[in-house]
Design a protein around this ligand. Structure first.
Ligand code: FES
Ligand SMILES: [Fe+2]
Length: 369
């Protein structure tokens, strides 16, 4: 039996971090980045500056000015460049220093900060934080259909792999009183899973219905999510689980509600755009871990399903000791996730080629109700 390769620590230079950096990851919601604004972001234990140029193009560059290391995000955006607050050095979107007010012309040519390829897709800003040329940005035609696209995000105080390990069986317990149960998703499923060219497919049979979810390597799920209201039906969701550092991660979710025309207008009137309630949920969740009951606190959050998941995933500990897990046949998907990761990390460690994950032109997810 080989020692388990570490798949939870993703900082620079770690094996899992090197693996994760071969993929694009969402880092921010488009709607939260107005033109001309800059924010500090932390992804996989590394700091960056995210800003949107006045032209509307998002950019990700290094966290600090090359001059005397001031945090660049406290400066300001000019055109598609960002200017440091301290002495005004200015960097373009490629990280090249283009102006140094107090210096001779020519010095700037030799000065730069790191920059990273950036794209905007499905209401999210994606960055490629790895080395070399980025791969194609994976598309989700399932979410490009007509309808109302909503983008949700939350931060959670545990390792991203706690979420990667989340299985279909948890729904019957964690969410037994929730909008998911109200929409008919009740009972323990008979679970199965199978590796595919994109990762694996996960199925849960309850009576005559089969729930189908897809996991796309390394950290993406595609599935159906319960209706926000009776008139709109089940939504399609693509979700990314992105490490902030080893003990925190952020989920980004693009949801498509299948309503068009007047129905879409009335959907928008009934449902305000999603708000990030992470601070509140983190506080309530800590209270539950300290002895409070979910049912006594749940009225305080508009996001019951996120709250329930937050309690169960943070209650595993920020980085659970998985060597102590006691897995049974119903944990097939957990075992498969870990087996795929072990295989890929081993290949990376030994310098062998990694699996080139590809997806079919159409994936079908099923509600299971
Ligand atoms: S520290 Fe940025 S210009 Fe001096
Ligand atoms: Fe859940």
């Amino acid at each position: 039996m080989h020692a388990t390769l570490d798949y939870v620590h993703t900082g620079p230079g770690t094996l899992a971090g090197r693996y994760m950096r071969t993929f694009w990851h969402p880092v921010w919601r488009s709607q939260d980045l107005p033109a001309g604004r800059a924010f500090p972001i932390r992804v996989m234990s590394e700091d960056f500056t995210l800003y949107r140029g006045e032209t509307g193009t998002p950019h990700v560059v290094g966290p600090r000015c090359a001059h005397r290391r001031t945090q660049l995000s406290v400066g300001w955006v000019e055109g598609d460049s960002i200017r440091c607050l301290y002495h005004g050095w200015k960097y373009d979107g490629a990280g090249q220093c283009v102006e140094q007010p107090g210096e001779d012309a020519g010095f700037a040519d030799n000065v730069r900060v790191p920059s990273y390829p950036t794209r905007e897709y499905l209401g999210l800003i994606f960055a490629y934080l790895g080395e070399g040329a980025p791969p194609e940005l994976r598309r989700f035609p399932e979410l490009e259909a007509e309808g109302v696209l909503e983008v949700e995000t939350f931060r959670r105080d545990c390792n991203f792999f706690n979420h990667m390990d989340l299985d279909l069986a948890h729904i019957a317990f964690v969410h037994r009183e929730s909008p998911e149960a109200d929409a008919g998703l009740v009972g323990i499923p008979e679970v199965d899973c199978e590796e595919t060219p994109y990762g694996f497919v996960l199925t849960g049979k309850r009576g005559n219905s089969t729930q189908v979810q897809h996991r796309l390597m390394p950290n993406v799920s595609y599935f159906k999510v319960y209706p926000k209201d009776a008139a709109s039906g089940w939504r399609d969701r693509v979700a990314w689980r992105v490490p902030i550092d080893d003990e925190h991660y952020r989920s980004f979710m693009s949801d498509l509600a299948h309503v068009t025309g007047e129905a879409a207008e009335s959907y928008r009137r009934r449902n305000a755009p999603p708000v990030d309630h992470s601070d509140l949920i983190t506080k309530l969740s800590a209270a539950v871990r300290a002895g409070a009951r979910i049912k006594d606190l749940q009225d305080q959050t508009p996001d019951l399903v996120f709250f329930q998941d937050d309690v169960v995933l943070t209650a595993q500990g920020a980085i659970p000791d998985r060597e102590q897990d006691c897995l049974g046949p119903a944990d097939k998907s957990v075992m498969l996730t870990r087996a795929i990761w072990q295989r890929e990390l081993k290949a990376l460690a030994e310098g062998r080629p990694l699996t080139q994950w590809t997806r079919p032109s159409q994936l079908v997810a099923r509600t299971g109700v």
